[in-house]
Design a binder for this molecule. Structure first.
Ligand SMILES: CC(C)(COP(=O)(O)OP(=O)(O)OC[C@H]1O[C@@H](n2cnc3c(N)ncnc32)[C@H](O)[C@@H]1OP(=O)(O)O)[C@@H](O)C(=O)NCCC(=O)NCCS
Length: 123
C-alpha cells in the first residue's frame, strides 16, 4: 500500500531515490529529500508490503497537475508489477483533483504503464 513519507523513513527513501539516474550525486539527493520534507507542493509516497518499504514515488503539484518526479523500486522486487501498481494507486489518490503527468526523467516508464493499462482494457 502507498503510505505518506515521514522523517523516520529518510534513509530508506534516500536509498530508493538514489536508483533514479538524476539522483546519483549525494548532494543532489540530500537536496531532493529536503525539498520533499519542506516544500508543501512536493509530495513523497512509499510503497509498503508487509513490513518492508520497497518503492517510492514523488510528485510536484501545481494548478491541477501532479508531475511525476521520481519513481523507483528496490531492485530485488522489480519486474513484479510494483512500479505500475504504485502509479495506479497514486492516480486513485489524486482522483479528479490532479492530472498525473510525467517529466523527462519519468516519461519512459510512465508511458509504458499507460500502454500496459490500454492493452489490458482491450483484452
Ligand atoms: C522503473 C522502475 C520503477 C520499474 O519498477 P518495476 O516494479 O520493475 O515495474 P513493473 O514491474 O511495473 O514494470 C516492469 C517493466 O517496466 C519496464 N521498464 C523498466 N524501466 C523502464 C524505463 N526506464 N522506461 C520504460 N520502461 C521501463 C521494463 O520493461 C519492465 O518490463 P519486464 O518486467 O517485462 O522486463 C524500476 O525499474 C526502477 O526503480 N528503476 C530505477 C529508477 C528509474 O530509473 N526510474 C525512472 C524510470 S523512467
Amino acid at each position: 500500500m502507498l503510505i505518506r513519507y515521514k522523517r523516520s523513513y529518510e534513509k530508506i527513501a534516500m536509498g530508493l531515490l538514489s536508483f533514479m539516474p538524476n539522483e546519483k550525486d549525494l548532494k543532489k539527493l540530500q537536496q531532493t529529500i529536503k525539498q520533499y520534507e519542506t516544500e508543501d507542493d512536493q509530495q513523497l509516497f512509499l510503497w509498503k508490503e508487509e513490513e518492508d518499504i520497497i518503492g517510492i514515488i514523488g510528485l510536484k503539484m501545481s494548478d491541477g497537475v501532479a508531475e511525476l518526479q521520481h519513481v523507483s523500486v528496490n531492485p530485488s522486487h522489480r519486474h513484479q508489477g510494483i512500479g505500475r501498481i504504485m502509479v495506479e494507486a497514486l492516480k486513485r489518490i489524486l482522483k479528479e483533483e490532479y492530472m498525473l503527468k510525467a517529466n523527462d526523467e519519468t516519461r519512459s516508464f510512465f508511458e509504458r504503464c499507460d500502454q500496459v493499462e490500454t492493452d489490458s482494457e482491450q483484452e
